[in-house]
Write a protein that binds this ligand. Structure first.
Ligand code: C5P
Length: 259
């Protein structure tokens, strides 16, 4: 397999991530071992959970440690929303949104304008449109099955990875936290970026987004029945990482996966 992503031609491992300056579609190159050939398959880790639960930070750290490629799937929905909003379109319009989903490119995934709360809210609107999800599904599955070399595995974080995108993932985690704790974290993140925000507003936005994500008919936010739930409300990022890493290390060993 070559290093090129088997995605839409415009997407490549250079796209951006919200948690680090590194790509949302990133091949983490720490593990020098190349794929073993046509027969080798990718080890897939699915991480789902609500906004600000800590899943993105966790996914980045795991990708670094394991040398796996990481796809922040939320960035795909944010990019779709941005492409609709920018020219003044309606994120609830299925045709406009589906067209936008097919136009995402790697530069856009790295664009800091995707990180705003207006785009986040519109992302959860476009995410409820079946044609948008269809347009993004194959792209995500291709990334999981064929992560950019030299990665031997892929980590995807989102809302429906374990339930819909990669139902046969080797490890499924569902990372969650109380709405209040998630709002506190999001507020801190916003303030660090120099934005002014009020706790109650952030909490309200998160609750509305949770409701849209869990109540939609297509691929709602849910823990797959075989997902391991990690409640991060009372845990710091290091404790979450250790817990997840130990679970994954055990799964790698059970499957005799050589790192
Ligand atoms: O994870 P993030 O907050 O960036 O995601 C933005 C929005 O994209 C979510 O609120 C959700 O509606 C949507 N999303 C989704 N499925 C995913 C990832 C994100 O519906 N796999």
């Amino acid at each position: 397999m070559s290093g090129a992503l088997p995605l839409t031609p415009a997407l490549s491992p250079q796209a951006g991530s919200k948690h680090s300056p590194r790509p949302a579609l990133a091949g983490r190159g720490r593990n020098p071992r190349q794929r073993e050939g046509e027969g080798s398959r990718s080890f897939v880790i699915a991480i789902d959970g609500p906004a600000a639960s800590g899943k993105g930070t966790l996914a980045c750290r795991l990708a670094d440690r394991l040398g796996f490629a990481h796809l922040d799937t939320g960035a795909l929905y944010r990019a779709t929303a941005f492409l609709v909003l920018d020219p003044g379109g309606d994120p609830a319009d299925p045709e406009t949104a589906a067209r936008a989903a097919r136009r995402i490119d790697r530069q856009l995934l790295a664009d800091p304008r995707l990180r705003g709360e207006v785009v986040a809210a519109a992302a959860s609107t476009v995410a409820a449109i079946p044609a948008v999800r269809r347009a993004l599904l194959e792209l995500q599955r291709s990334f999981a099955a064929h992560p950019p070399a030299p990665a031997k595995g892929a980590i995807l974080d989102g809302r429906d990875i374990g339930s819909v995108v990669c139902p046969a993932a080797d490890v499924k985690l569902f990372v969650t936290a109380s709405a209040e704790e998630r709002a506190r974290r999001r507020l801190e993140e916003l303030r660090q970026r120099g934005a002014t925000a009020i706790f109650e507003d952030v909490l309200q936005d998160l609750k509305e987004r949770d409701a849209r994500d869990t109540e939609r008919r297509t691929a709602p936010l849910t823990a797959a029945p075989d997902a391991i739930v990690i409640d991060t409300t009372a845990l710091d990022a290091d404790a979450v990482f250790e817990r997840a890493y130990n679970l994954i290390a055990r799964a790698l060993k059970e499957k005799e996966w050589k790192q």
